[in-house]
Design a protein around this ligand. Sequence first.
Ligand SMILES: [Zn+2]
Length: 232
Amino acid sequence: MLYLNPTYFIFVLPALLLAFYAQMKVRAAYSRYTRKANLRGITGLQAAQTLLPATGLGHVSVEGIRGELTDHYDPRSKTLRLSQGVAHVPSVAALAIVAHEIGHAQQDAQGYVPLKLRSGLVPAVQLSAWVGPILFMIGLVLNMLELAWLGVIAFAAGAVFALITLPVEFNASRRGLQLLRTYQLADGREMQEVKSVLNAAALTYVAALAQTLGTLLYYIFLLTGFGGRRRR
Ligand SMILES: [Zn+2]
């Protein structure tokens, strides 16, 4: 019922539109640059096999994963998982994605603090993402403001997570670009194309943060408005 409140859309709609726009940008950049061969003619897998040993990350294993744009680095198992469209296609997009993910592997190996913080927050965020709104609504319905505020605080953990994700992602892209430059896997013009793939992906994380903040502000707005009514 709370979600049907038109005020909710005022808080969340701009973020939803941004998320939609970011998704479109990512899809467009990926489909454009997955069809464009990179100059060296190397697949994502070959790029990984070149970059990992060269950067002292020989312990990282590479596996395939189903789906599209599902590529990621898993810090727990020290595994780089690449989708078919990245591992076996010699495209500009494959270079961009592999370089970014190896950026994450490098963060992990060097103990990059924001990555550690984010990994540490995962269990708390998984719990608070559903406990927060439930506590909030129960508190609101039962007129127990303290409980509702507890829900807001729990939900705010998700916003902290989305916030810490930004430096982690921007830094992985910066490292990825540096790797491509250092090991000469991309030239000047190609670097610009790689950048446009990575920037589109980065925008989705900004949109995710905006969405969480929008919802959080909406909760606070409801509570403070609610408290005002109660005092009258
Ligand atoms: Zn990333």
